[in-house]
Design a protein around this ligand. Structure first.
Ligand code: ZN
Ligand code: ZN
Length: 352
């Protein structure tokens, strides 16, 4: 709690009106956070939700709850907010709800972005265990579908079987729409599974994850179907080298843009940098994409170029995409530790 009060102080706030579902869950433990709001004030935390969730909120939440309909929430919060400087989450509040807040007397409303996201970037040991579990379910899922990667099997059938396996084995959900992309579709970094049947010569990208108790995993592998071209083999090997170079470099204190540069610099050095179309990676937690960001430095983004810290969970995911030829991405889920890094993903790699 002291850390949260310090956060308010640092931003000149008396309270924060928290509506982002991930942040509501983070502060309260409530597993239906889309139907909840948390008021963070100097004396504590309070969850607002409605009467559908009386028992659930009691069971799940570590903080006090107030059950009220939308219209009555502000009547309850009024004495805590009036005359105060109150932050709201600019990227997670509807105009209608902002107008309702604005009707409070003498409350100074301040838009904020990313306040709790910075705190969330460093995981507690309990959060690490949940992500570890999510990734373990995902690893087992991939092993389960590997025998399906044969000519004639549709991408969507691989994705559905993978999802079904993960759900049956403890996942609440998939982390995002599973990507299974073969042939020319592997050149699309986000080619979600289609009805296209796999063909001999495909290098199939699979990017998938599971959620466990609200926490996500994220991992990518690529597998050849039959014999693949020399060009695709080269792309695969260079991507794997870029991945390994970045993995070996992870340690606390390293700037996130410098980590990106290790992989990008290698791909540049072999003449392939122009085909690395996205950032090296991102934090993973209650959201599948969260802080920190590993990206190619740009001055206007310099506030996101931060030192890695022990307890961060990040992805490292170099990829190469050549339109009309195909592509490959390899992604590991990594915990930054005091001494370096621990790779949390253990799904097998293809030997290409
Ligand atoms: Zn991914
Ligand atoms: Zn990712």
């Amino acid at each position: 709690m002291q850390q949260l009060v310090d956060l308010l102080t640092a931003h000149g706030l008396d309270a924060l009106w928290v509506t982002s579902p991930e942040n509501v869950r983070y502060l309260s433990g409530f597993s239906s956070p889309k139907d909840g709001t948390v008021l963070l004030h100097r004396d504590g935390l309070l969850l607002y939700t409605d009467s559908r969730y009386i028992d659930q909120a009691k069971e799940e939440c570590s903080i006090p709850q107030h059950i009220a309909r939308d219209a009555d929430v502000l009547a309850h919060a009024r004495p805590l907010l009036e005359g105060k400087v109150v932050g709201f989450e600019a990227d997670a509040l509807t105009v209608k709800k902002l107008q309702a807040l604005d009707a409070l007397q003498a409350t100074q409303l301040v838009p904020t972005v990313g306040l709790l996201e910075g705190t969330r970037a460093i995981k507690t040991p309990e959060e690490v265990e949940k992500i570890r579990k999510a990734q373990h379910i995902a690893d087992e899922g991939l092993k389960h579908v590997l025998p399906m990667l044969k000519p004639g099997v549709r991408e969507i059938d691989v994705a559905l079987e993978l999802e079904l396996f993960m759900r049956k084995n403890g996942a609440e959900d998939r982390s995002f729409d599973i990507i299974v992309a073969g042939g020319h579709r592997s050149a699309m970094p986000h080619g979600t599974a289609s009805e296209r049947p796999l063909e001999d010569g495909d290098l199939v990208t699979i990017d998938w994850g599971a959620t466990f108790q609200g926490y996500h995993s994220d991992c990518t592998r690529a597998f050849p179907v039959g014999e693949i071209s020399t060009q695709l083999k080269e792309l695969y090997r260079h991507t794997r080298t870029a991945l390994n170079l970045a993995l070996e470099a992870v340690r606390p204190g390293m700037m996130t843009c410098d980590l990106d540069h290790i992989a990008r610099g290698y791909l540049d050095s072999v003449g392939l940098g122009q085909y690395f179309l996205h950032s090296l990676g991102h934090g993973v937690g209650l959201a599948v994409h969260e802080l920190p960001r590993m990206f190619k430095f740009r001055p206007e983004m310099s506030q996101y170029n931060v030192p890695l810290q022990a307890g961060m969970i990040i992805t490292i995911e170099p990829g190469l995409y050549i339109s009309g030829v195909g592509g490959v991405r390899l992604e590991e889920l990594v915990l930054v530790t005091e001494s370096g890094a621990e790779v949390l993903s253990h799904a097998p790699f293809a030997e290409v």
